[in-house]
Design a protein around this ligand. Structure first.
Ligand code: SAM
Ligand code: SF4
Length: 326
């Protein structure tokens, strides 16, 4: 196991397999004028598999596939099969918007995908269309249904946005009554490719839970698992749970065990940093496994203490969450 310079183990990789997406969520991407990476600048599956193998040897046990939308990249399922066979990985998970996912759920369950985070900010078709700028709610609900039937642990990610989906807080919470689903409400971060929409964050993690508590006064706090980014709750008698992720307030950095590889092969050791290592350049100039290992260890030894320190070390955040690898 490798520990960083703040004594936090590095055990979790979030791997963005593409920066492309079939939705245009307004908190993530501008509606038009997105400059996607040319294909040759995106890591190949072979390059990604090599990096995951090296990182697994260094102690990474969990890999979450993300993007962009993972399922818009051709060949995703064969890649997942190869990752599932790697030594050392105990948890292969995915984050998806669910538009193209349903037909692959049975295969994912068969190869042992541990959990899927499904992004679903609203249960209302018109609000969904407004937020994502596409009319795809029925396809996403089909994926939710398939996931729940498959036995794969299913989490719903809902970004909480002032003036957009506040009326969905309670209906989404209600889903936990009869479904074994973890609904996680996420503070909006300024990663929409254009800078922040709001001068201040109105819907903080405290306010989100206050609002839910008003409707469910008996909601109970659950113990949070180690390295959890969410603060977890349950309403007595409900099958599922509620989580609140202080993504902008950054209350969880002290136990952060995660690193990111963007689709273009940049290593990020904090969500808020500007990229700390150009891994693609190393791969494509013939670096050996030993040289890559040494570069990773060097980066882990210089992690910022928290997201505020990382943000202070760079110019204003302008990139999209789809580029960062959410
Ligand atoms: N396309 C996939 C999806 O939407 O699930 C995976 C990539 S997406 C960038 C990963 C997660 O980041 C999604 O749950 C999305 O809601 C979240 N996200 C994107 N932009 C965000 C922002 N500005 N603030 C908070 N969460 C954001
Ligand atoms: Fe696409 Fe996911 Fe970003 Fe929405 S949040 S635009 S689905 S990458």
């Amino acid at each position: 196991m490798i520990y960083d310079n703040h004594n936090r183990p590095i055990t979790y990789l979030r791997l963005a397999v593409t920066d492309r997406c079939n939705l245009r969520c307004f908190y993530c991407m501008p509606e038009e004028g997105i400059k996607y990476l040319p294909k040759h600048q995106v890591l190949s599956y072979e390059e990604m598999e090599r990096l995951v193998r090296i990182l697994a040897q260094l102690g990474v046990q969990k890999v979450r596939i993300t993007g962009g939308e993972p399922f818009v990249r051709a060949g995703l399922m064969p890649f997942l099969h190869r990752l599932a066979a790697l030594d050392g990985l105990t948890d292969l998970s995915l984050t998806t918007n669910g538009v193209l996912t349903a037909p692959h759920v049975a295969d994912m369950a068969a190869l042992g995908v541990r959990s899927v985070n499904l992004s679903l900010d609203t249960l209302d078709r018109e609000r969904f269309r407004k937020i994502t700028r596409r009319d795809e709610l029925p396809a996403v609900l089909k994926t939710l249904d398939a996931l729940l039937k498959s036995g794969i642990q299913t989490k719903i990610n809902a970004v909480v946005m002032d003036g957009q989906n506040i009326e969905d807080l309670i209906p989404l919470t209600e889903l936990t009554r009869h479904l074994p689903v973890d609904v996680r409400f996420i503070e909006e971060m300024p990663f929409n490719g254009e800078g922040s929409h709001y001068p201040v964050l109105n819907w903080t993690h405290q306010r989100i839970i206050r609002e839910i508590r008003e409707h469910f006064p008996n909601i109970e706090k659950l113990p949070d698992p180690p390295f959890s980014t969410s603060s977890n709750y349950q309403i007595p008698g409900h099958q599922g749970t509620i989580g609140v992720i202080a993504a902008f307030s950054r209350t969880f950095c002290g136990t952060c065990n995660r690193i990111r590889l963007t689709a273009q092969g940049t290593l990020k050791t904090c969500l808020y940093d500007n990229g700390v290592l150009d891994v693609r350049a190393m791969l494509r100039t013939g670096a050996t496994d030993e040289e890559l290992t040494a570069a990773f260890l060097q980066a882990f030894a210089h992690r910022p203490r928290n997201g505020f320190e990382a943000e202070n070390q760079r110019a204003t955040v302008t990139e999209s969450m789809a580029t960062i690898g959410g």
